[in-house]
Design a protein around this ligand. Structure first.
Ligand code: UDP
Ligand code: MG
Length: 332
């Protein structure tokens, strides 16, 4: 089997301080992998400039012009990490056998690429890079990030613990990924939905090589919120459940209020006021939850996610053609 064509996709936003080091280290890795025939000489390093305001694009452009193994894509403006990453992945799709996405700041250990390629050669379509420890992170980043993964699990979102966006995807996993048309991108949630055989490679996450984090708390919170609301209708279910409980409680309150009234322990107007507060509150919340359920359904419909992705078809070659054509275009 020929060695695979690997594309390393690196989103960059104002990364002028780290780019010289990142590009030389990545090129050294690419050269060594090519020499050992682990990857094809057609492999590339693809930088995506996410609308940087510094010299990032000028550097990428110069790299691409000086060495054919570098490539660059420039977005018209800053669209955020996830979109920049997707832009790179979709550019690589069709040109590579597999691609690896990683951050520009050298926090993801480049050596883990070896393990990812081994897993790929053993037939994995998705290989997740998983951090073995978070010692290099600040206490704040560590706690918020771990809280985030736990909360996502609680909300029923299937994500890989301690895995960021350092991963290998095969060309068919990329193809499957391209079928997810949603605008609110949360790749960490979508990739597990793609399915196929997957495995993990652990690595120690180091500190940012230079420059500052491009994920301030505000961006991190909005990222987490996007992750939850794009993958889970559980919050709506909780509202419905709460509405139902309140409604039950209002029936009990109604019996209580009537008994108190019949026994004559009340002042005028108390029973009516109490009953309306309980009943209306409960019914309102229940109705809100029910409306929410429908909104949630509409939401999942408009996301237009593929309902399934076929991994293999085992049939007589003649029948196979027809079946594959019949089932593939079906969308959710
Ligand atoms: N990034 C990007 N667009 C943005 C923010 C970040 O392309 O709007 C890139 C950034 O250049 C880096 C990666 O996303 O390659 C991860 O960002 P960063 O290292 O700042 O995040 P952290 O590691 O602090 O979570
Ligand atoms: Mg980083």
């Amino acid at each position: 089997m020929n060695p695979p064509i690997l594309y390393i996709v690196v989103p960059c936003y104002n990364e002028q301080e780290v780019l010289p080091e990142t590009s030389s280290r990545l090129l050294a890795k690419l050269t060594s992998l090519t020499e050992r025939e682990r990857i094809s000489p057609a492999s590339r390093i693809l930088f995506v400039d996410d609308g940087s305001k510094d010299t990032t694009w000028a550097q990428i452009d110069a790299l691409a012009k000086s060495d054919a193994r570098f490539g660059g894509v420039k977005l018209s403006r800053n669209r955020g990490h996830q979109n920049a990453l997707l832009a790179g992945l979709m550019t690589a799709k069709g040109m590579c056998d597999c691609c690896i996405s990683m951050d520009a700041d050298l926090q993801d250990d480049i050596e883990a690429v070896e393990g990812m390629l081994t897993a790929y050669s053993e037939g994995c379509d998705v290989v997740y890079g998983v951090r073995s420890s978070r010692e290099s992170d600040t206490f704040f980043k560590r706690t918020t990030a771990q809280g985030f993964y736990k909360f996502m699990k609680l909300m029923g979102v299937d994500i890989v613990y301690n895995h960021a966006d350092y991963r290998l995807l095969s060309s068919r996993a990329l193809e499957a990924l391209s079928q997810f048309k949603e605008i609110n991108l949360f790749l960490r949630g979508i990739v597990p939905l793609v399915g196929y055989k997957s495995s993990t490679v652990t690595y120690v996450r180091s500190e940012r090589f230079a420059g500052e984090s491009k994920y301030p708390l505000k961006k991190m919170l909005s990222f987490a919120f996007d992750g939850i609301t794009s993958f889970s209708v559980r919050p709506i279910r909780w509202v419905t459940g709460l509405g139902f409980l309140l409604f039950l409680a209002s029936i009990i309150a109604m019996v209580y209020c009537l008994v108190v009234k019949i026994l004559g322990y009340t002042v005028a107007g108390w029973t009516g006021t109490m009953l309306s507060i309980w009943m209306i509150g409960g019914i309102q919340l229940l109705c809100l939850g029910i409306i929410g359920e429908y909104v949630g359904k509409i939401y999942t419909e408009v996301k237009d996610r593929p309902r399934f992705i076929i991994e293999a078809v085992s049939l007589d070659p003649g029948d196979r053609e027809g079946i594959v054509q019949q089932v593939t275009p079906v969308k959710d």
